[in-house]
Design a protein around this ligand. Sequence first.
Ligand SMILES: *[C@@H]1O[C@H](CO)[C@@H](O)[C@H](O)[C@H]1NC(C)=O
Ligand SMILES: *[C@@H]1O[C@H](CO)[C@@H](O)[C@H](O)[C@H]1NC(C)=O
Ligand SMILES: *[C@@H]1O[C@H](CO)[C@@H](O)[C@H](O)[C@H]1NC(C)=O
Ligand SMILES: *[C@@H]1O[C@H](CO)[C@@H](O)[C@H](O)[C@H]1NC(C)=O
Ligand SMILES: *[C@@H]1O[C@H](CO)[C@@H](O)[C@H](O)[C@H]1NC(C)=O
Ligand SMILES: *[C@@H]1O[C@H](CO)[C@@H](O)[C@H](O)[C@H]1NC(C)=O
Length: 360
Amino acid sequence: MDSTVSIFQLKMEDGITFFLLSSVLLLTCGLSREDDAVCVRPILDGNIELASNQTHFSPGEAIVLSCKQGYTPVSGPRRIVCIVDGTWTRTRYMCKSKLCPYPDPPANGEQYYEDTVYLSTINYTCHEGYTLKGSRTAVCQANGTWSTPTPECKAVSCGLAPIPKFGMIIYDRTVRGDKTYFGIGGTYRCLPPYALFGNPRAECTIRGTWTKTPECRVVTCPPPDNIEKGYMSNGDRRDFDFMETVKYGCNDDYVLDGNMEIVCQQNGNWSEKPSCKASCPIESEKAKIEYRGKKTWTSDLQNKVILHKEIVSFYCKDTVRNCTYTVPTQCLDGVLKLPECFEELSKFEYNLNSTEIQQC
Ligand SMILES: *[C@@H]1O[C@H](CO)[C@@H](O)[C@H](O)[C@H]1NC(C)=O
Ligand SMILES: *[C@@H]1O[C@H](CO)[C@@H](O)[C@H](O)[C@H]1NC(C)=O
Ligand SMILES: *[C@@H]1O[C@H](CO)[C@@H](O)[C@H](O)[C@H]1NC(C)=O
Ligand SMILES: *[C@@H]1O[C@H](CO)[C@@H](O)[C@H](O)[C@H]1NC(C)=O
Ligand SMILES: *[C@@H]1O[C@H](CO)[C@@H](O)[C@H](O)[C@H]1NC(C)=O
Ligand SMILES: *[C@@H]1O[C@H](CO)[C@@H](O)[C@H](O)[C@H]1NC(C)=O
C-alpha cells in the first residue's frame, strides 16, 4: 500500500521553495515487505537531492539531503532519520537558487532579463549604428556567475570616403582622423572642368561601407552656333569645357527671347539658345495709342517700332455712344495685329487735336 506524505510547501517571491518535513504529519500506513522498514522515501522539493535510491527505510536509518546544481542549502539539518513510528525527523532544509550579480547594460546597447537566478538568461542588443562584439546572451551558471561577460557595442565605422580622380568630398560634419561613423554623409564635387557622374551624395552605411562613389569625367561641348539676327560673346571655333558659358545679344530692333547665356552641360550639349525676335514696325501714321503707360501718337514713336512682346493699346470709337475705348495688342516677332475696330483718324482730326472725344 502507498504511504501518505504531507508536505507544506511555501513558495516565496525570491525563488526559494522550501519544505517543512514534519515528523508528525509524515506518516506511513501499513507495512512493507520487510517488517522493520517503516519509513517510505519522503517526497521533497525538486531542488533537493537524496543521497540514496532506497524506497523503504528502517527506524534509525538516515538520509543525507543535498541541493541540486545551482542551488545552495539554507538552514538544516541535512540529515533526517527514520523514527519507529514511520515518520522522519524534522528539518527545515531547503535549497535556494544561486543568484548571479545584477548585470550592467553595455554602453550604447540594451539588456533584457527577467531574473538573476540560476539558468536565467540576459539578451543583449546594441543601438542602431553599433555592432555587438561578444555574446548576445548570457546564462546564470551553477556557480553564480554569468556565462559570458557583457558584450561591447562598437560604433560602425567606415573609414574615409573614397575620392574619385579629379574630385573631392565635403563631409557634413568635421571628420577627425581616418574614421567616419555610421550616418555621416558628404557631397562630392568634381574639380572644374570635370563633370560628376553618379550620385553626388554619399553616406557611411550600417554595413560599414560607403555608398557608391561617383566619377569625374571630362565633358566638352562643340563650338556653339550663332543665332540669327544676333551675335555671341565668344565666337572661338573650339570645344568648350563643362560649365563654360557663352553670351548672346541681338542686333538693333531685335529682342532676345530666352536666356542670354548658354552653358555647356554635363551631357555635352549646350543649354537652350535664345533667339532674336523682330520688332513690329508701326505703319499707321496718325494713330493715338497708349504705350509704356503713356498716351502718345504713333508718329512720336522712336524708330517707329514696337519691340517684340511689348503691348500697345489703340483707340477705337464707339459711334453709337460717341466715345472712345482702348484695345491692347501685342507685338510678336514682327507681327502686330491691329484691332479690327481701329480706324485711322483723318488727317483733319489728327491735326485738330482739340476734338478730344470722351472715353467710354
Ligand atoms: C539511483 O538510480 C538511478 C537510476 O535509477 C542511478 O542512475 C543513480 O546512480 C542511483 N543513485 C544512487 C545514489 O544510487
Ligand atoms: C531572449 O531572446 C530569446 C530568443 O530571441 C527569447 O525567447 C527570450 O524571451 C528573450 N529573453 C528576454 C528576457 O528578453
Ligand atoms: C563558474 O563555472 C563556469 C562553468 O562551469 C566556469 O567556466 C567558471 O570558471 C566558474 N567561475 C568561477 C568563479 O568559479
Ligand atoms: C544633345 O542634343 C542632341 C541634339 O539636340 C540630342 O539629340 C541629344 O539627345 C542630346 N543629348 C543628351 C544627352 O541629351
Ligand atoms: C495737342 O494738344 C496738346 C495739349 O492739349 C499739345 O501738347 C499738343 O502739342 C497738341 N498736338 C498737336 C499735334 O497739335
Ligand atoms: C461727340 O461728343 C463731343 C464731345 O465729347 C461733341 O463735341 C460732338 O459733337 C459729339 N458728336 C456727336 C456726333 O454727337
